[in-house]
Design a protein around this ligand. Sequence first.
Ligand code: GLN
Length: 191
Amino acid sequence: MPAIGVFALQGDVREHLTTLTALGADAFSVRRPEELARCDGLVLPGGESTTMGKLARTFDLLDPLRERVASGMPTFGTCAGMILLADRILDGVAGQETIGGIDMTVRRNAFGRQVDSFESDLDLKGLDRPVHAVFIRAPWVEEVGAGVEVLAEAEGHPVAVRQGRLMATSFHPEVADDGRIHRLFLDLVRQ
Ligand code: GLN
């Protein structure tokens, strides 16, 4: 049973814990470095990426997170979690800190210029049926490096990506009552 931590200083932690537990993972909240040390894999939830970065800094979790992700811990970020995993951010606030790890540029609140939140059925590489994707003030991926695989697109922009054992979606599979994307992540953890 893989030990999967969910970053829990801010964000929709409970939805991820519920989905991961239903899939048979040993899922628990991560607020302290000792909890991070227990993780075989980590989920960065949706929420507010600027607040998450600040709280991670305040609670001495940001540098340990950077170290674990850089040293290959499987990590899955959704929405704000995707922003935290991005090497580069557009429309971030001044001095916004991230964890980084995926060679991509994300634009915060990218769809929000037209509409704050929307839902859409998307084809996702590796799944045989479309996923129902819920976007809430979501980022999109503006540009990816050569090592990044695009798993899904919306409005002509990548919204699900994978690089090695790091995965990220602009949308929120944890609220969609469909465990298939979390299952893909657990497959990465078990590899
Ligand atoms: N707009 C948020 C941010 O920039 C992300 C929104 C979300 O996670 N639903 O952090």
